[in-house]
Ligand binder design. Structure first.
Ligand code: FES
Ligand SMILES: [Fe+2]
Length: 447
């Protein structure tokens, strides 16, 4: 095979060497060329819905403060006091009219303006307030997420996301609410865990539960500008490489029952379940409080995943939305943070009441999504829970069965990449999304 070999019609082959996963030098260059240039998912829009709301987005060694001002404007600032550089806000999220620096008490309004300096008359150079307000960066609210970008020259978020915007909006992510907020400290490079979500090649090996609800071999991958990708996977079916079972697998029973479907009716015709799930959801959706009007039949039964360059994985079903995100470690390319925000659709009746954070317990709710992975009681905005990967490996914490299985493997992948016996990845067609992503990593890094 020559260097001109292509992985698919759309994605040219290029080398993915170990350096990008293990080199400190490469990690430092990423700060300028990648993190400093791309639009990034900073957090959930519901956390800055009201005046005074704020949250902190840590992108080590950077920290960004996203704030809704008293006037209702969404702002994003570098989370650093302009006096002598102390970290201004330490907590994850909350509501504050003013931010007071813990060091000497300089105080800023939540629109970033400086409003109080203790012993102001002792600054013989004066206090040029315009110069000393919190430095601001670009911010946007779209898709239930807050996005930030440090580069004034970068394209708009609309241009950056391109066709993805129209594809995701029918799922109404803005109407969903957070039920789980977790961070796992992983011992791998932030791109190594992201790559794991760029292919389904590993699924048959490490996620055996998926073959009884998804058909990965017939999935469709697409590649977009700026390094984004999408994969569509049929759900409520079985892996088409395996013999078709006579009985509906137990992984599908709970959802069928919620929709009034009897699994015994599908004896010998398991492949009809998917179509009937679509029909039943269309029929019963309004009674269950779900508005499926903008979604296609396929979207009612299947699963779609967007990998948004450079570090966010968005997994969408009609009733549930996962935002997975990797973030770099401040000093070590062999470590990263792996975040999971799980959101669920609020039934329409609650939207009408204007409920913002109150969320009924999941067990009282119609649960018509795959439910491979439910583990939150979801009553109020969940606390942020952060833990080491060892807590997952020991079974003390879970990010759901599927993610736990990935986390078990990923540490050893990073160890392998550090070996002088590993030079570069050797990809197949099913890994074309990984290739596409890294082609765009190269573009950013070489610019
Ligand atoms: S560093 Fe913030 S008040 Fe001194
Ligand atoms: Fe996986």
């Amino acid at each position: 095979m020559s260097e001109a070999r292509i992985l698919s019609d759309q994605v040219p082959y290029s080398r993915i060497t170990a350096e990008r996963y293990v080199s400190r030098d490469y990690m430092e260059r990423e700060r300028e060329r990648l993190w400093g240039k791309a639009w990034l998912v900073a957090g959930c829009a519901q956390d800055v819905a009201d005046p005074g709301d704020f949250f902190v987005f840590d992108l080590e060694p950077e920290s960004i403060l996203v704030s809704r001002s008293e006037a209702g404007e969404l702002r994003a600032f570098f989370n650093v006091c302009q006096h002598r550089g102390a970290r201004l806000v330490g907590s994850d999220l909350g509501s504050m009219e003013k931010y007071t620096c813990p060091y000497h008490g300089w105080t800023y309004n939540n629109d970033g303006s400086l409003c109080h300096v203790p012993d102001k008359n002792r600054f013989n150079r004066g206090i040029p307030e315009e110069q000393l307000k919190l430095p601001e960066l670009r911010v946007a609210d779209w898709g239930g997420m807050i996005w930030v970008c440090m580069d004034d020259q970068a394209p708009s978020l609309e241009e950056f996301l391109g066709p993805i915007i129209e594809m995701i909006e029918p799922f109404r992510p803005h109407d969903m609410r957070l039920v789980e907020d977790q961070t796992c400290r992983l011992e791998c490079n932030w791109k190594a865990v992201f790559d794991n979500f760029g292919e389904l090649y590993h699924v048959e090996h490490i996620h055996p539960q998926h073959e009884l609800i998804f058909d990965c071999p017939t999935s469709t991958a697409e590649h977009f500008d700026y390094g984004h990708t999408r994969v569509l996977i049929d759900g409520f079916t079985v892996n088409s490489r395996l013999p078709i079972p006579d009985e509906v697998p137990p992984t599908q029973w709970a959802q069928m029952e919620t929709l009034g479907m009897d699994k015994d009716d599908y004896q010998g015709r398991v492949l009809d379940v998917r179509r009937d799930i679509q029909i039943k959801k269309r029929e019963l959706g309004p009674a269950l409080g779900y508005n499926y009007d903008l979604l296609s039949d396929e979207q009612l039964s299947d699963i779609v995943q967007y990998n948004v360059f450079p570090n966010a994985v968005l997994v969408l079903q009609p009733e549930e939305f996962w935002i997975l995100r990797s973030r770099p470690h401040a000093t070590d390319p062999n470590k990263c943070y792996w975040d999971k925000f799980a959101l669920r659709m609020l039934p329409d009746v609650e939207l009408q009441k204007g409920a913002k954070v109150e969320f009924p317990p999941l067990q009282n709710r119609a649960n018509v999504s795959f439910n491979l992975d439910q583990n939150s009681d979801g009553t109020i905005r969940p606390e942020h829970d952060e833990f080491d990967q060892e807590a997952i490996i020991a079974g003390e914490k879970t990010m759901t069965i599927t993610l736990d299985q990935d986390i078990h493997l990923i540490r050893d992948v990073q160890k392998g990449m550090q070996s002088r016996g590993f030079r570069e990845a050797w990809l197949n067609e099913d890994e074309s999304r990984v290739q596409h992503y890294h082609t765009w990593i190269d573009r950013y890094m070489e610019d």
